[in-house]
Write a protein that binds this ligand. Structure first.
Ligand code: SAM
Length: 453
């Protein structure tokens, strides 16, 4: 006897093991020659989150888990909207270069005849996406103050609205046979931005100097969840894209991709999840460049010193070492922006005479610069900090202290929350994600603070 069961998303199903959208998608995969190895399967059970891929049997390293012909990829060049998007290219330019893909997606997502319907129907709405851009402003401020996410989301939301109103809307109006603003609303556009953020791929460029490739949707590859310690990797060939195992995988294990070397704040901002603290080996914390300047101002004794400091800062700006909203990034082992930080500390702590000579030379001589690079990396690593000159330590100590004060709560109360199972269990999904982000950043900043004491 089969009982009607309520599925997770509220729809009714005769048997919870039958996933109609998933079956349709798999059928479509066969039709478009997307080859799935018989050593893996897709499931919603036993995965890190939502859909994921699992190993049906032991898999050796180098096994092709699936391959996707380029024609199955969804991007402006394969979409039914290809022609008008190409013709209108010049009026669709935007800083993010996402507009053509988003327009293609708006059409394909809402068209009953879309070639990608079985693929896109896996996400009948985007309610599962829980990026901070869908939280209320108050919630972001309350849970994420100091993490940099509220500011990043404000910028995103304002750009999305501007892009929709100034670029997308006029374009849709001039192509009523493909788009209708009644259906293709700002709300849908924003959901698709989040979908592109969390699901799209960017083909790496051969030539690093070129502009990065625009994003595209890669069916099947985007069913894989992420961990930094991943076991599969996407390879690009002229004919197809291949997901290949990068180490042996045991039967029952989940197949994980790595979305990039990403700190928890980036994962939350772009994908709506975090790696539980302290598991993310790529976690980072930012110190605003201006905070280091403010720390240096605090150490000045008179107007002459402040004026000299201002000149030094201007010179660092002219040399492109520091920027207005720039940050120094610290990872678990120390500075990741070592050249910038080292140069900044060095210039700030120059005597008046040293700085005059430095100005006359217009910075460092070329070869001296290269030598400095390797010295810099060592000096501002957590290992090198104890041997730093006291003045640099004091600057970093003040800057770390100022940065720690920007969060709403101190590290101790966050630590108590994570160590107390009862308190932890009470946290909702968003509170838990925010706690992971804050603790990861604070623990790095505290280490910097303690090492420079
Ligand atoms: N699980 C997704 C689904 O059911 O559609 C497929 C992966 S999709 C490319 C990326 C999304 O999966 C993210 O935005 C996040 O919601 C989720 N995700 C991926 N890795 C995760 C992880 N390690 N922990 C929690 N959620 C994860």
């Amino acid at each position: 006897v089969m009982f009607a069961v309520q599925t997770e998303d509220g729809s009714s199903n005769a048997d919870c093991s039958v996933d109609e959208p998933l079956n349709n998608f798999l059928k479509w995969c066969t039709e478009v020659n997307l080859n799935l190895s018989n050593k893996v399967f897709l499931s919603k059970q036993g995965t890190a989150a939502g859909y994921g891929m699992l190993a049906k049997e032991d898999i050796e390293k180098g096994h092709i888990l699936f391959s996707i012909p380029r024609l199955a990829l969804l991007h402006p060049g394969t979409s039914r909207t290809k022609k008008v998007l190409e013709e209108g290219r010049s009026c669709l330019e935007s800083p993010s270069s996402w507009v053509p893909l988003l327009l293609a997606l708006m059409y394909e997502y809402t068209s009953a005849e879309s070639h990608w319907k079985p693929y896109l129907s896996l996400w009948p709405d985007f309610r599962k996406l829980d990026h901070p851009m869908f939280w209320s402003k108050e919630e972001r401020e309350k849970l994420l103050k100091g993490t940099g996410i509220p500011e990043a989301v404000d910028t995103d939301l304002s750009n999305i609205e501007k892009e929709y109103n100034n670029t997308v809307l006029p374009f849709m109006r001039s192509h009523p046979e493909l788009w209708d603003p009644q259906h293709h609303t700002l709300e849908l556009y924003q959901s698709l931005v989040a979908f592109v953020m969390a699901y799209s791929f960017q083909e790496p460029d051969e030539d690093e100097d070129e502009d990065p490739n625009p994003p595209m949707m890669v069916p099947m590859a985007d069913m894989l969840n992420h961990v930094s310690d991943h076991n599969a990797n996407l390879e690009y060939t002229p004919e197809c894209l291949k997901m290949v195992s990068v180490r042996p995988i045991r039967k029952g294990e989940e197949i994980f991709n790595m979305y990039g070397q990403m700190a928890n704040w980036q994962l939350l901002h772009m994908y709506g999840f975090t790696e539980p603290f302290p598991g993310n080996t790529n976690d980072t914390a930012d110190v605003q460049m201006t905070t280091v300047y403010n720390a240096a101002v605090q150490a000045t004794k008179n107007e002459a010193e402040r004026s000299l400091l201002a000149q030094k800062w201007k010179m660092l700006g002219d040399m492109d070492v520091v920027r207005d909203k720039g940050v120094f990034v610290f990872g678990k082992n120390g500075s990741l922006t070592d050249t910038e930080l080292y140069m900044t500390l060095k210039v700030i702590s120059m005597s008046k005479e040293e700085f005059r000579e430095f100005q006359e030379n217009e910075g460092w001589e070329e070869d001296e610069g290269e030598e400095e690079d390797s010295r810099a990396a060592q000096a501002v690593s957590f290992e090198g900090i104890p041997a730093m000159v006291p003045e640099w330590k004091r600057l970093l100590n003040t800057a770390a202290g100022l940065t720690l004060k920007q969060y709403s709560e101190d590290m101790e109360s966050d630590l108590r929350a994570i160590k107390e199972p009862k308190a932890l269990a009470k946290l909702c999904h968003r509170e838990r994600r925010a706690l992971d982000v804050r603790l990861g950043q604070k623990s790095i900043l505290r280490k910097l603070h303690q090492l420079t004491e």
